[in-house]
Design a protein around this ligand. Sequence first.
Ligand SMILES: [Zn+2]
Length: 112
Amino acid sequence: MARDAASRPGDGNAFTRFFDRVDSALEPIFGAPPSVGGLEQNDAAELRTRPCPVCGRAIFEHTFDDLSGNIVMTCPTSERLPERAASGPLNELGMPAQGRRLERYEQRAAAE
Ligand SMILES: [Zn+2]
């Protein structure tokens, strides 16, 4: 091919060099995820006795359906735990703000 012949041997052409430079620039950002240490394997029996975050009953009381490829857990009761009241600033998704956003809110509140 003409492009390959025009490039220096062994280091690709301008197109591949461009993406090599992009890869090397982005690798520190999107490189391999850091190893996640400290996550202990949970005992299966202990997991079944944990309370459901939706209804509060133990997980083993629930039914699980795997009909559509997605596992759907059905609570044994229609009672639901009350939602925790959100206090403090929220992020753009309506979740409690964390990190820099929370720091900025606190700085603004302190400045007022
Ligand atoms: Zn439940």
